[in-house]
Design a protein around this ligand. Sequence first.
Ligand code: ADP
Ligand code: ASP
Ligand code: MG
Length: 245
Amino acid sequence: MKIYKFGGASVKNAERIRHLADIVAQETDDLMIVVSAMGKTTNQLEDFTQMLYPDAPFEDRDYNCLYDQVVSTGELQSTRIVSAYLNHAGLANQWMDITSVLRTDSTFREANVDIATSTTLLHQYLSAHPAHIYVTQGFIGGTADGLRTTLGREGSDYTAALLAYMLDADSVTLWKDVLGVYSADPRKVRDARLIHEMTYAEAAQLVEQGAQIVHKKTFQPLLEKQIPLFVKPFLRPEEQGTWIH
Ligand code: ADP
Ligand code: ASP
Ligand code: MG
């Protein structure tokens, strides 16, 4: 099985979702597809929650719990749309609610994943719902009492790595709006160089220095199981992108 992760920019409108289906159609291996909320939906849901309780301090546990219940709907919605469209396009798939599978503690907004329990739940789910393609949410999880949690902003890359770890996947591909990983943010640094191959340590160091291209928690699970990570250009899938291993 391979893990494909599509960020917000890759599902921001109907045209992009059609293009996503073209990419999925090219893959012959079984797939677990991880999807973010459409476009900037998470920011909007965050603003909305803030508007409800403008004076709530960031540490307020009830506020953070409410935040997670509201903000997590962005991914639940986008994955419903992507799954329905793939089915429509002849790419039969199973929509998976990851909040019943990715078990976390109740540190709302920065939840910690219980890998052992999640691994059991995930394998039980897959056996009960056999499919060649699954579509599920990045960024969110769930507690034992059925509340939704989030893993920290930009956490979908990390979800993809966790699923790869738990499934012993062959690879993870993050489909992004750049040609791959560059020596610096290509939107800010004009002579940034595209890097076609790097080690996990080199990639982790780049992120540690502030490159917001891959969520920083993504590397550890992959390194541990030696699962290769590809950063590929969503709009130009024929380009090689970056191979991190
Ligand atoms: P996703 O849609 O998967 O969430 P992100 O927006 O989080 O993707 O990451 C892609 C963005 O990361 C690019 O648009 C780019 O501006 C930025 N970026 C920052 N540093 C780098 C880098 N070193 N190489 C490539 N992109 C980078
Ligand atoms: N949708 C979430 C965010 O914008 C998670 C992600 O995209 O990785 O932070
Ligand atoms: Mg991101």
